[in-house]
Design a protein around this ligand. Structure first.
Ligand code: C2E
Ligand code: CA
Ligand code: CA
Length: 733
């Protein structure tokens, strides 16, 4: 994975992580704040309820005390009444209860709860008016009358000063005529003549809405009100119970909710801090990302330098191998195909030599550009070194597709390149290998394409060639040894052996056939059949044949009077200038052309008869003799024998092999020899291995014999020895 994606993934992940942490913190904080606000609302409500309860309680206590003052005549002590309570008529006290203490109604009850006297808003009142409040105060009266009023019922007695504590009484909220009222009941002064021990004073003070609200206000509560029905949150409301503990309603108020008031502010603070933190992280990440990007760029730059060729800007050899290997792997997995194009510039060396390195560099740059323009984006383009380029054409199955690209490449590279005033024309040869080929790796594939390239070049340059593979493993093996063979030719690791061609009586050596071998450092001596075909395919036959011809002529110079036969391969024979090159080479060694014999096969002639005829007549003009090799295996056409003036036919070894098993072959052999003789040709039989074969062929009239019976192919020094002996093959004599 590249650094870019690594760093961007890191940043993305980190952002996600931090983002979710911030989100979680925000949710937790919000929930906590809401919870705290709610709690503080509840606490405040509890405190407010307590306050209201205290207010009501103190109001009740106050009423109780005031009523007690009325009862005991205490108001007189404070100058409210005219004189001593005992001396003044009590009705005045009752009036004062309205005037001074604002009790709407007040009644003195005897021991049997009968109204003794009473006053309603200062006016005398009696049993009739008391009747409307009697049921509501009965429970209070009962408690006081039976002296059961205790501190347990109303805990607010602490408000009383010690002086009043001994005064017993009861008070409570009651419902009178649909409204709320404060009721107080105290024991009445027993000193009065009409009183008995059970006398009580009952008073009620109406609490209208304004008074209730005022009471609340004085204790810092808003809109305190009496409600029959519960409205809204009744958890925090003071229940009002009447006679028999029946609930008659409750006191409610507008709750002061500090939590709710605080909530928006707190949330704002949370939001602000979260945004601030997020921005801080954002900035930090942006910095990090930028840093990452810069590092990436640096890394990319250094990667580019390491993976690309600096002159052409294309991939270098190392990176090419990596990409190519990956592509091969991809193809194998996906059963897809690709084409490897090896491109070699035809005249790069000339340009470099004549116009200098700068021109050469310019050519490389231009060529790289042109190749890049011609290929598709996914194709892999590399400069492998010097003037050698490679293109991996991906997703390519057919030679048709590959040919199309090769044509485009050649066309692009043939167009002239300008350098200063000079116009250069390079041209290119292209070798193509379609792949993948079995398990062949990049090196192997390159070798295939390279051998195709070699063929393209030896085929006359500025063309493309496909590597023809039949898929056989031996072929691939051959491919891999091709380079070694080239080295062997260049470094004289080939050996030339000679096999004598003997007169029919077996007594004289008439000629020798030069047969090549390859002395391989590891595999030992390799026979020609294992590498001649390979050399032909890979375009190595020309240098190889040249080597053989030169060696044979150099050796043959000292064997005066005998012919030196050299095998010619089909590929070599096809080369234009074959005869000229051959004559040149022979003449360069000083070997006498008339002692040279070339062994050709019918296959060579069939391909282009006219051309073969011309070549043969040219050779004959130079005095070179011609032998038709392997006669009997191919067309064995009399027409060829007549039209092309051969000097000799060489009957293939297979005739002798077959003669051992069937009598027919002997007759055939007989007639072939006769045919040759009739045409005036010299007849040579190959593959004589036994005395019997020797005798037979001598008998049927063969002119020359060749085979292991006389000698295996041997080094030139052994031929020297044989020629020096009077009887070269003692066992044949
Ligand atoms: P060829 O031209 O028919 O060569 C004769 C082959 O028969 C040689 O095999 C030789 O060793 C073998 N031979 C000779 N006498 C006997 C025998 O009594 N019994 C058996 N079993 N074999 C015998 P070699 O050297 O392996 O060459 C094989 C072929 O390779 C040759 O067939 C020739 O076509 C080709 N070749 C060899 N040297 C050259 C060369 O320098 N240039 C070219 N173009 N082809 C060559
Ligand atoms: Ca031969
Ligand atoms: Ca032969």
């Amino acid at each position: 994975m590249s650094f870019i994606s690594r760093s961007s993934i890191f940043v993305r992940r980190a952002t996600l992580l931090i983002g979710s942490i911030i989100g979680c913190v925000m949710i937790v904080m919000t929930v906590t704040i809401i919870k705290v606000a709610d709690e503080s609302n509840k606490t405040a409500a509890r405190q407010q309820m307590h306050r209201l309860a205290v207010a009501v309680e103190s109001e009740l206590t106050k009423a109780q005390i005031e009523l007690a003052m009325v009862a005991s005549g205490h108001p007189a002590k404070f100058g409210i009444f005219g004189g001593n309570a005992g001396q003044e008529p009590f009705s005045e006290n009752l009036e004062a209860a309205w005037t001074y203490f604002n009790f709407d109604e007040i009644y003195a009850l005897d021991g049997r709860n009968g109204v003794v006297t009473g006053s309603s808003r200062g006016a005398p009142a009696g049993t009739l008016t008391f009747a409307s409040i009697r049921p509501h105060v009965a429970h209070l009266v009962a408690r006081v009358a039976h002296n059961r009023v205790s501190s347990e019922h109303h805990g607010q007695h602490r408000l009383l000063s010690p002086e009043f504590e001994k005064v017993h009484g009861a008070s409570g909220l009651i419902q009178v005529r649909g409204g709320l009222a404060l009721a107080a009941v105290v024991p009445f002064n027993p000193a009065q003549p009409w009183a008995d021990d059970k006398q009580v004073l009952v008073a009620a003070r109406m609490l209208d809405a304004a008074k209730i609200a005022d009471l609340g206000r004085r204790h810092g509560l808003d809109n305190v009100r009496f409600q029959h029905q519960s409205a809204g949150d009744s958890t925090f409301a003071i229940p009002v119970t009447g006679a028999g503990e029946t609930r008659i309603g409750h006191l409610a108020w507008d709750h002061f909710r500090p939590g709710s008031d605080m909530l928006p502010n707190l949330l704002l603070i949370v939001l602000t801090s979260v945004i601030t933190i997020a921005i801080a992280f954002g900035v930090l990440f942006e910095r990090l990302r930028r840093l990452g990007r810069e590092m990436t760029k640096e890394e990319e730059k250094s990667n580019l330098l390491a993976s690309h060729d600096h002159l052409s800007g294309l991939l270098n050899r190392r990176t090419f191998h990596e990409r190519f290997a990956a592509e091969l792997e991809r193809c194998r997995r996906g059963h897809a195909g690709m084409a490897l194009h090896m491109i070699d510039l035809d005249r790069f060396k000339d340009i470099n030599d004549s116009l200098g390195h700068q021109a050469g560099d310019e050519v490389i740059r231009q060529v790289a550009q042109r190749i890049s323009n011609v290929v598709r984006g996914a194709d892999i383009v590399a400069r492998l070194g010097g003037d050698e380029f490679a293109v991996v054409q991906v997703d390519t199955e057919t030679t048709l597709e590959a040919t199309a690209l090769a044509e485009r490449l050649r066309e692009a590279l043939t167009r002239p390149i300008m350098f200063g005033d000079s116009e250069m024309s390079v041209g290119a040869s292209i070798g193509i290998a379609l792949g993948p080929v079995g398990e062949l790796d990049t090196e192997g594939m390159l070798k295939l394409a390279d051998s195709a390239l070699y063929e393209a070049k030896s085929g006359g340059r500025n063309r493309h060639r496909f590597f023809e593979h039949d898929g056989s493993s031996t072929n691939r093996m051959k491919q891999l040894v091709e380079e070694e063979l080239r080295d062997a030719i260049n470094n004289d690791h080939l050996e030339l052996h000679y096999q004598p061609q003997v007169s029919a009586d077996g007594l004289r050596i008439l000629g020798v056939e030069a047969l090549v071998r390859w002395r391989h450092p590891i595999r030992g001596l390799i026979p020609p059949l294992d590498f001649i075909a390979l050399a032909e395919q890979r375009g190595l036959i020309v240098p190889l044949s040249k080597w053989v011809l030169k060696r044979a002529c150099l050796d043959g110079r000292r064997w005066s009077g005998i012919k030196v036969a050299v095998n010619v391969s089909a590929a070599q024979f096809k080369q234009s200038g074959f005869v000229r090159d051959l004559i040149e080479t022979v003449e360069a060694t000083g070997f006498d052309l008339s002692r040279l014999e070339l062994e050709l096969t019918e296959g060579m002639i069939v391909e282009d008869e006219d051309k073969a005829e011309r070549a043969i007549s040219e050779l004959r003009e130079q005095g070179v003799s011609l032998a038709l090799d392997d006669f009997g295996t191919g067309y064995s056409s009399l027409i060829y024998l007549r039209r092309f003036s051969f000097d000799k036919i060489k009957i293939d070894r297979s005739f002798l092999e077959a003669m051992e098993t069937t009598g027919e072959s002997a007759i055939l052999l007989h007639s072939v020899v006769h045919l040759g003789r009739a045409l005036g040709l010299s007849v040579c039989a190959e593959g004589i291995e036994t005395q019997e074969q020797h005798r037979f062929l001598q008998a049927v009239g063969c002119h020359e014999l060749q085979g292991y019976f006389f000698s295996r192919p041997v080094l030139a020094s052994e031929i020297d020895d044989m020629l020096a002996r009077a009887v070269p093959f003692p066992k044949a004599a």
